[in-house]
Design a binder for this molecule. Sequence first.
Ligand code: F6P
Length: 326
Amino acid sequence: MPRINRIGILTSGGDSSGMNAAIRAVVRTAIFHNVEVFGICRGYEGMIDGQFEQMYSHSVSNIIQRGGTMLKTARSKRFMEREGRDQAYTNLKNFEIDGLIAIGGNGTFTGAGIFDEENDFPIIGLPGTIDNDLYGTDATIGYDTAINTVVEACDKIRDTANSHDRLFFIEVMGRDAGFIALRSGIAVGAEFILVPETTTYIDNFTRLLRHDWRRNKTSGLVIVAEGDDCGGAYAIAKQVKERLPEMDTRVTILGHIQRGGSPTAYDRVLASTLGYEAVNALLEGQRGVMVGIIDNKVTFTPFEKAIKHHKDVNHQMLEMSRILAL
Ligand code: F6P
């Protein structure tokens, strides 16, 4: 196995809090092993454009507590084309980079898998997305911070909902997955949680709402994952209003505040551990895998499995949330 002397690191796709802590861990672990590190700016876009800069221990000082990503990120269309990937490979070779650490989600690992197949290039992935929709890890970097942001916002909305006897529909991120909605919904005692993993039957839903209000509920929170089949918070609020015009409803879209902010302690520790493990794995000859943590144990999942294997929300917890809100 040829020794790896120089690695590249990039963040790609939607940013998530804790990415900086992961970059810090990768840079410092690599330097500890006498491996040089090059930061690649703007994900695969920067890899195609040759935006590489050497990183040192001091380059990652004072970033563990910061949200976003110091390397910037992008969703690269050009990397989906062979021409873009060939250009990226040429740049890596010119910089004598022999291994890569890619922090991101589904799109990032899809690109990484194709790139390795075409160029025989060792890549290790770190799960960085607020959505927590990757198989092979209990939590992704940024998920915990996003949930805590949602909880803080919903607690505030609860105050005003209660004062005005209103029903709020609060839309949270998660275009394909309901992990943020479920966990934050339980934490705020939401009356209903609507996720893409289950079908929302509008008539059934309004029947339950009417039932709750007859039992003297006067206000409530409905957490709606953006990818729910009802079409999002505005769409469901409209349908409810048509059926229950007497209800005073409001909609809040939490949006990108979920992606930023100082990472929680949980995310900082997770990102630090995964960054450290990723470098060690790369130097030991692992490749084409995502590093994750399951039941407190470090695990390595092939990219294809991490992307394609379905990680389902916990349906028992969904059921529990409804019982606890009665
Ligand atoms: O994948 C993370 C995510 O935050 C999703 O939850 C959301 O649907 C999407 O990114 C939004 O992406 P963008 O910031 O590119 O609009």
